[in-house]
Design a protein around this ligand. Structure first.
Ligand SMILES: *Cc1c(COP(=O)(O)O)cnc(C)c1O
Ligand code: SF4
Length: 452
């Protein structure tokens, strides 16, 4: 790894493009007219945001449209179902009035399952008075997810992101809070919580001072039960200067040093889809800086059609991660939301890719868990295809479960080559339900009784 510091004078300014700016991106000028119109149509419904650095340094414009980073950041025709595409395309072509267009956009977004996996109903913790606490999710006993209000955007948006509902500016769909006090009050009352995971959007879009307001209270002896602080981010590759800038970047590193000095495990959960993201020098420098202060880096990413549905990509990604000192952690399956039809990869195929990629790397890269679906009852891992008593099955297990008693207990689904999500699977051996179905229903009813 190159240890010579980069010259801050060479850092680019942060410049971002959104749907309005599609005509201003010089790189798009050489693309066919139809493709540019398609982008306009898709970005009317799904959020689009990309920064200049990603456009210049990560996308290989000679490989467009197949370039994986282009697929990762720019709207693609296939992201909308034909009927939705046609509806928006004709409104745009006939120059429809703004409110007619907006109404159609709203209708389509509602049809795209904006909050999968019962996120709104089941995961929102409540205060003593039973009022929901916004910006917190507490699904598994040991870990609380925190969505800081200032972190509900990203340096660029991923086309497949299941959080898209938070970005499209519809307040009723947002899960966020600006109140660090609510977080600390909740954690004070929950000594079973050991992990706090800062997520978003991307918490690294926040100013260091805002992040400090959330993190510093957790460093006091009162919060000794909080052992692990994780920060989920894609900034290492979308905007590595967040960690390198002599002002905000240095301040961030000093803040992280205080977290570590307080005895916490600090894990940067890097979202990395493709090994190409790890090539640029600024990214490697940012990783080296974080490792230098003793932060742990782990990597997680979904397996996505058109982006990384290829074992070679994962082999190289994991090898590169290990080389840079990042621990491969999770391989996720794309959620049942948003532009799923464009990006979905069948469960069986996901497992084949995982297995093929893992079989080519040493044990140091086999720390990755998955492929895993973050479904309503928990994180379900595909253990693999097998045959039990003459029946072809898919073996599954919970890596995380709404009831910890379900964890790691294998269960079996009838083999199905096309299924892309848990709810498309059926129990094997002619059983009517999963072993967890009845207790899960009971949890749900309990929860509805609370919120009613
Ligand atoms: C994945 C996840 C966690 C963390 O699980 P680990 O296995 O500890 O990484 C916590 N909460 C939710 C809702 C999750 O999806
Ligand atoms: S960086 Fe993360 S939260 Fe932001 S768009 Fe990509 S996947 Fe979604």
């Amino acid at each position: 790894m190159n240890a010579t510091p980069l010259d801050p004078d060479t850092f680019p300014a942060f410049e971002v493009y959104t749907a309005r700016d599609l005509d201003r991106i010089p790189e798009l000028e050489r693309l066919p007219q139809q493709m540019r119109f398609d982008m306009k149509v898709v970005s009317t419904v799904l959020s689009f945001r990309v920064n200049r650095y990603v456009v210049e340094r990560l996308i290989d414009w000679n490989g467009v449209p197949h370039d994986p980073i282009f697929q990762l950041t720019f709207p693609q025709r296939g992201m909308l179902a034909d009927e939705h595409y046609t509806a928006i395309a004709s409104l745009l072509q006939e120059g429809a009035a703004k409110d007619r267009l907006e109404e159609e956009v709203r209708r389509i977004r509602q049809a795209l399952n904006p909050h999968p996996a019962g996120q709104l109903e089941l995961n929102i913790p409540r205060d003593d008075a039973g009022n929901p606490i916004e910006g917190l999710q507490h699904k598994y006993p040991e870990t609380v997810l925190f969505f800081p209000a200032q972190g509900q955007t990203c340096h660029s948006y991923c086309t497949f992101c299941f959080r898209w509902a938070q970005f499209v500016g519809d307040k009723s769909l947002r899960i966020a809070t600006s109140q660090a006090r609510q977080l600390t009050e909740y954690l004070r009352r929950h000594p079973e919580v050991t992990d706090v995971l800062f997520t978003g959007g991307d918490p690294m879009v926040m100013k260091t001072a805002h992040l400090a307001a959330y993190l510093e209270p957790l460093l006091t002896p009162e919060f000794a039960h909080i052992r692990n602080i994780r920060i989920g981010t894609k900034a290492l590759t979308f905007w590595p200067f967040r960690f390198l800038d002599p002002g905000e970047g240095d301040a961030l590193l000093r803040l992280f040093e205080r977290v570590l000095a307080a005895g916490k495990h600090l894990a940067i959960m890097a979202h990395l889809n493709h090994w190409r993201e790890l090539e640029p020098e600024p990214t490697q420098h940012a990783i080296a800086r974080l490792r230098g202060i003793g932060a742990t880096l782990r990597a997680q990413a979904p397996l996505i059609g058109h982006i990384n549905d290829d074992p070679d990509v994962w082999t190289r990604l994991w090898q590169k991660e290990v080389a840079l000192g990042i621990i491969p952690y999770y391989m996720f399956i794309e959620r049942d939301t948003g532009a799923k039809q464009h990006f979905a990869v069948p469960l069986v195929r996901c497992w084949q890719i995982y297995r093929a990629a893992a079989s080519r790397v040493s044990g140091l890269a086999r720390t990755v868990r998955g492929p895993s679906m973050s479904a309503a009852p928990g994180k379900v891992e595909i253990l693999g295809v097998s045959s039990v008593a003459g029946e072809k099955v898919l073996a599954l297990r919970f890596l995380q479960a709404r009831d910890p008693a379900w964890t790691y207990r294998p269960f079996y689904a009838r083999y199905d080559e096309r299924a892309t999500w848990l709810d498309e699977l059926e129990p094997a051996f002619g059983e009517r339900e999963w072993f967890w179905s009845a207790p899960y229903r009971a949890l749900f009813e309990q929860c509805e009784a609370v919120s009613a």
